[in-house]
Ligand binder design. Structure first.
Ligand code: PMP
Length: 453
């Protein structure tokens, strides 16, 4: 019989149906409001991803504070999704809420600096060990702008990505290896270009393949997360990231580290903890505590070359920047986040509870003899319904168990725990408590036991 993650599909379907029913029963108001979608929005949702949650209809949120989300029916969920990282430091952290309140009386966007911007660049430089910074509004944009700089100063047209990567809505990263061959990622809307023309792609943890692709001499930049977090979780094997750094240097190729998710590692990200020495660095989502903002940084050498490039280039629009970027609300929220929220103390708390969560999940998987595993990067934990560790994107794609994961997700919601919708990711915030973690572990163990029965 067909199975996913070692569980029969018939059993998965049965549990999914029961859990969907329980979800509805606990949400009469939400169902009345949302059962037919939100009026006036295409597809019944203000952003189409909201349709992709595995619950019968989206959770209609009344409010969120710290690590708790409350829906309009009064259900209180321990939130481990945390806006899939945008609220990694908890919902409305007090210092950020205060900064927003203060700035709300002083104007929200001006295309000019405010006093909060004084010192912010130096704060970023100290925190992330790169001297030159720019502010954007989303991590997608920050990646796009940094890649533009890489191409400008190297005069090379291609970039290189690792199979299974995700860096936001950055067109040229949407390439995959299919049976070992580069191809446009399936499912893209309106993509009429062959993206493989400008993007090389190899598997993560494969230095020989990387070296061979870089040998063409036409790659401006390798863009990667230090840990692939968007196709389950793929950790770098010992020596891999050092190898990426030395091979890119030898090939005259820049290295862009996207820390948007791996900032879960510590206040300076994975980069600082492991001394990665990128040429370009991107951090989005949680950097302003949930206010839309991102930052991208350049090494001294990149900045010097880019300044020279700008002096020599025809004046005009560079294709870098958007109107709302670097606004005073972002400065205020980002300063509060960096100074008062992204602290060693908060990270120590996050690390401790994440380890407790990973241990608890592993014990539950072992107890029910399921062929699953757990991976973790700092405060970011993932259970994967396949054996591990995963070596690369192809293995990660093969590990996906969509129906099984959907059943677990809804069952967790029914036990008052929310995890990320598109993968089995759980984040620990400074506001997360031990009892939240223990609730998640107990709920997971309960549903794992029912699936394994
Ligand atoms: N980089 C990484 C590593 C991401 O995971 C994401 C989003 N999941 C992005 C960039 C894009 O962030 P945004 O959607 O805020 O543009």
């Amino acid at each position: 019989a067909a199975t996913q993650g070692g569980v029969g599909l018939a059993r998965i379907d049965e549990i999914r149906a029961q859990e969907a029913e329980a979800f509805r029963a606990a949400r009469p108001k939400s169902q009345a409001a949302l059962g037919n979608g939100l009026a006036g929005f295409f597809g019944g949702v203000p952003m189409h991803w909201m349709q992709d949650w595995p619950t019968p209809f989206p959770i209609l949120v009344e409010k969120a504070k710290g690590a708790t989300i409350t829906d309009v029916d009064g259900n209180r969920l321990a939130d481990f999704c945390l806006g899939d990282t945008g609220s990694m430091f908890g919902h409305s952290p007090d210092p950020v809420a205060r900064a927003i309140r203060r700035q709300s009386r002083r104007g929200l966007t001006y295309m000019l600096p405010s006093p909060d911007a004084l010192g912010l660049g130096e704060l970023l430089a100290q925190r992330f060990d790169l001297p030159h910074w720019q502010i954007a509004t989303t991590a997608s944009d920050a990646n796009r702008f940094a890649l533009r700089v890489a191409r400008a100063i190297t005069g090379r047209e291609k970039i290189l990505v690792f199979n299974g990567c995700y860096h936001g809505a950055v067109d040229e990263t949407f390439v995959r290896l299919l049976d070992g061959k580069p191809a446009n990622k399936a499912g893209l809307a309106g993509e009429f270009r062959d993206l493989t023309q400008n993007t090389r792609i190899v598997e993560f943890n494969d230095l020989a393949a990387l070296e061979a692709e870089l040998a063409h001499g036409d790659v401006a930049c390798v863009i990667t997360e230090p840990v692939l977090t968007n196709c389950c979780m793929v950790l770098p094997q010992p020596g891999f990231l050092e190898g990426v750094r030395s091979l890119t240097r030898a090939a005259g190729t820049l290295l862009l580290i996207d820390e948007t998710h791996t900032i879960s590692t510590g206040p300076g990200g994975y980069t600082r903890k492991h001394g990665l020495e990128p040429d370009l660095f991107v951090l989005g989502k949680p950097v302003a505590g949930g206010v839309p903002a991102s930052v991208w940084g350049m090494s001294e050498e990149v900045a010097t070359r880019f300044a020279a490039y700008n002096r020599a280039k025809e004046p005009g629009y560079s294709g870098i920047g958007t109107t709302l970027s670097a606004n005073p609300l972002q400065f205020a929220a980002m300063r509060a986040t960096l100074e008062e929220v992204m602290t060693e103390e908060n990270y120590a708390h996050m690390e401790k509870l994440a380890a407790r969560l990973a241990d608890g999940l592993e014990a539950a998987i072992a107890r029910h003899s399921l062929p699953w595993h757990v991976a973790r990067v700092g405060a970011r934990v993932e259970f994967i319904c396949a054996s591990g560790p995963l070596k690369n994107g192809s293995e990660a794609m093969a590990a996906h168990a969509p129906e099984l994961e959907a059943a677990i997700h809804v069952a967790l919601v029914n036990r008052c725990v929310l995890i990320a919708p598109f993968h089995n990711m759980m984040l620990i915030s400074p506001a997360t408590k031990k009892h939240h973690v223990d609730r998640l572990v107990a709920a997971f163990s309960d549903i794992a036991g029912r699936l394994a029965a």
